[in-house]
Design a protein around this ligand. Structure first.
Ligand code: FES
Ligand code: FES
Length: 207
């Protein structure tokens, strides 16, 4: 006797169900083959705007040349291809500043920056600040002033601070607030962070 089941008002026989499964499996196998073929064919016939591109740029003083897709962000290239994981993928949509790096000296959200646009640029990440065993004065100031709690936002804040002190060596409290306004700290450690920026400013002006 044919077994039946009812679901959402539809009656399905067991035989029909199994027949459907067989068709589904065969269909899936066929689809896999077709996808495999079309992926290769698609790669060959992609319009120039969608094709992979080789870009050359400088990261922390080293010249790097690699292939990127138009959809790759600078953050993805730094973290996944170059293994520079200091810049954090936190919101991934330009809201938190965790991914901040310097691009030609300017602080920028690397999660919003298309990797193809890095061609010819000079990128500095938090990994590129120290000289050997000697930390950058900004890094040192963040440590001395307890400018971090969990530390997840810290690389982004440090890069924004380096950019700020590069253009405003002696920032007022308002300058510091404005200069770091693109970075969020979920631990709410802003008072200590601002103290660290002021201390770094002093340290760098004395040096
Ligand atoms: S991860 Fe880029 S702004 Fe948040
Ligand atoms: S120190 Fe934890 S998010 Fe800023």
């Amino acid at each position: 006797m044919e077994k039946t089941s009812k679901k959402k008002g539809r009656t399905v026989t067991r035989r029909a169900f199994l027949r459907g499964l067989g068709g589904g499996a065969a269909g899936a196998a066929l689809a896999t083959r077709i996808r495999g073929q079309s992926a290769g064919q698609a790669g060959a016939s992609l319009p120039p705007a969608l094709a992979r591109k080789t870009i050359t740029f400088t990261v922390n003083g080293k010249i790097v040349s690699l292939d990127v897709e138009p959809r790759d962000t600078l953050l993805e290239v730094l973290r996944e291809k170059l293994r520079l994981t200091g810049a954090k993928k936190t919101c991934d949509r330009g809201e938190c500043g965790g991914c901040t790096v310097l691009i030609d000296g300017q602080a920028a959200y690397s999660c919003l920056f298309p990797a193809v646009r890095a061609e010819g640029k000079k990128i500095i990440t938090v990994e590129g600040l120290a000289e050997g065993e000697t930390l950058h004065p900004v890094q040192q100031a963040y440590i001395e002033k307890d400018g971090y709690q969990c530390g997840y936002c810290t690389p982004g804040f440090i890069m924004s601070t380096v950019a700020l002190l590069g253009r405003t060596p002696s920032p007022s409290p308002a300058d510091i607030k404005a200069g770091l306004s693109g970075n969020l700290c979920r631990c709410g450690n802003y008072v200590k962070i601002h103290e660290a920026v002021a201390a770094a400013s002093q340290k760098m002006r004395k040096a």
